[in-house]
Each structure stands twice: as structure tokens, then as C-alpha cells.
Design a protein around this ligand. Structure first.
Ligand code: ATP
Ligand code: MG
Length: 254
């Protein structure tokens, strides 16, 4: 069974998708078999891996509502070993459509489970909310990775997220754990960044690797590529390669 990691933070624009795409690519470079599940109707992870999401005909929406199985929606990418379960714009309607279904929280878990041994890692890119899609991701996941931008209010948002994780742990998914907080767009010269980071470290496991602010990370998606295929020598690329190494080492040690 592959390890399923939800990349979640209900705050928008903190680097969830950038992390999902580039951690997935870096794990694939390390010869892991990786599936990235795009659970955001914005479809940025799908486009960022070279599949314009408006052209996706079958995606995670079809899987959640039961119109397609996972293997029928998975697409390959330019990187060997990295596949994507794409999102399409109609995913936004899933929450409404499933509202009366008793199984609405476990749809993703049930859809992934029969195929999970095809991959070593399944990363789930969550939308910026704690709604049904994110609950599906947290119910399916073994662990949560929380990208965090060290600004004022960052911690407040974290307590909403950890509250949701606690509720899911005591109900739908007892095995769920918060793997760690990833400091993104990190600027070591910023006092505010350092103060917030110190505070986060008092409460949570924070990955040793930090992801610097790096324009290459922001440019790569417009070329439909992870940064490693766009500018492998950039600081952003090194950041995510280091993160993959850290996560692989921790998994080996466990
Ligand atoms: P949303 O909540 O909308 O899904 P998100 O949390 O997935 O957003 P991203 O889309 O990954 O966040 O990042 C937000 C913006 O910041 C994007 O334009 C992205 O290219 C840029 N960005 C992310 N990480 C970095 C970084 N380390 N350096 C520079 N730019 C970054
Ligand atoms: Mg995103």
C-alpha cells in the first residue's frame, strides 16, 4: 500500500499546489512511483503537470460521484513514475451533489483503496477550504503535510485545521497523523518569518527543509512542468528535492 499524504491548509495561496506538484516530482526522481490526486476544482496541479484542466473529461469528480474508477482517470506526465488523477472544473459541484449521500466522506478513500498498491506515494492536493473535498482527503490519508507561509494569522488558521484533523481522527480515520508543517516562501532574513516559525515549532513538527521564495517555482506551472524539468538548478528545485529526501529518510527510519 502506498503512503497517502494530504497536502492541506484552508488558507489560500500558501503553496499547497506548488508543494504537491514539486514534492511528487522529486519523489519520482528518487525512483518512487507517485500519484498526485488533484482534489481542487481550480485544477492547478493538473495544469501544472501539463494537462490543461478545462480539457479534462474524466477526473476526480467522476471518481467521487462513482462514474469512473481511479484507473480510468489517471494520466501520465512528462516525468517517469509520476501520474496524476486530474481535476476538472465540475469538481466544484461534487459537494452539492453528494450532500445527501451517507458515503460522502469516504468516497475518495473507497476510490483509492483498490489501486493504492500501484504507487509508493499518493499525494492529494486539497482546495483552500475545510469542506467536503478536504474532509475526503483527510479521511483517505495516512498523514497530513501542512504548507505554511509564516505571516500574521498563520497560526490561527492552523488551529482550525488541527481541530478538523482531531475530529476526523476520532471518527472517520483514527490512523490520521499530522506529519509536519512545511515553511514555504521562506525568507530567513525576515524577523516576522522567524518569529512565526519559532511559534509554530513550539506546537508542531516542522520539517527541517524550508522552501525559499523562488520565482522559478512560480514560473514552472505556466510551462506545464514541475520545477525540476524547468530549472533543475534553481533554489526552488533544490528545496523540494531536499524535502523529498527528508520525507524518504523519515519513512525509512519509521
Ligand atoms: P490555493 O489555496 O489557491 O490552492 P495554494 O496553497 O495551492 O493556493 P500555490 O498555488 O502553490 O498555493 O501558490 C500560490 C502562488 O504562490 C502561486 O502563484 C505560486 O506560483 C506561488 N508560489 C508558491 N510557492 C512559491 C515559492 N516558494 N516561491 C515563489 N512563489 C511561490
Ligand atoms: Mg492550490
Amino acid at each position: 500500500m502506498g503512503r497517502i499524504v494530504a497536502i492541506a491548509n484552508q488558507k489560500g495561496g500558501v503553496g499547497k499546489t506548488t508543494t504537491a506538484v514539486n514534492l511528487a516530482a522529486s519523489l519520482a526522481i528518487a525512483e518512487q512511483r507517485v500519484l498526485l490526486v488533484d482534489l481542487d476544482p481550480q485544477g492547478n496541479a493538473t495544469s501544472g503537470l501539463g494537462h490543461p484542466h478545462r480539457r479534462v473529461e474524466r477526473g476526480t469528480y467522476q471518481m467521487l460521484v462513482g462514474d469512473a474508477t481511479l484507473d480510468a482517470i489517471v494520466l501520465e506526465t512528462d516525468l517517469d513514475g509520476l501520474s496524476v488523477a486530474p481535476s476538472s472544473p465540475d469538481l466544484a459541484a461534487a459537494a452539492l451533489e453528494l450532500v445527501d449521500e451517507e458515503t460522502r466522506f469516504t468516497r475518495l478513500r473507497d476510490g483509492l483503496r483498490p489501486f493504492a498498491d500501484r504507487w509508493d506515494w499518493i499525494l492529494i492536493d486539497c482546495p483552500p477550504s475545510l469542506g467536503l473535498l478536504t474532509i475526503n482527503a483527510l479521511t483517505a490519508a495516512d498523514a497530513v503535510l501542512v504548507p505554511l507561509q509564516c505571516e500574521y494569522y498563520a497560526l490561527e488558521g492552523l488551529s482550525d485545521l488541527t481541530g478538523t484533523i482531531q475530529r476526523i481522527k476520532s471518527g472517520l480515520n483514527a490512523g490520521l497523523e499530522l506529519d509536519g508543517v512545511l515553511l514555504t516562501m521562506w525568507d530567513p532574513r525576515s524577523n516576522l518569518n522567524r518569529e512565526v516559525a519559532d511559534e509554530v515549532r513550539r506546537h508542531f513538527h516542522v520539517y527541517e527543509t524550508t522552501i525559499p521564495r523562488n520565482v522559478r517555482l512560480a514560473e514552472a506551472p505556466s510551462h506545464g512542468k514541475p520545477v525540476i524539468l524547468y530549472d533543475a538548478s534553481s533554489r526552488g528545485s533544490h528545496g523540494y528535492l531536499n524535502l523529498a529526501r527528508e520525507i524518504l529518510d523519515a519513512a525509512e527510519a519509521a
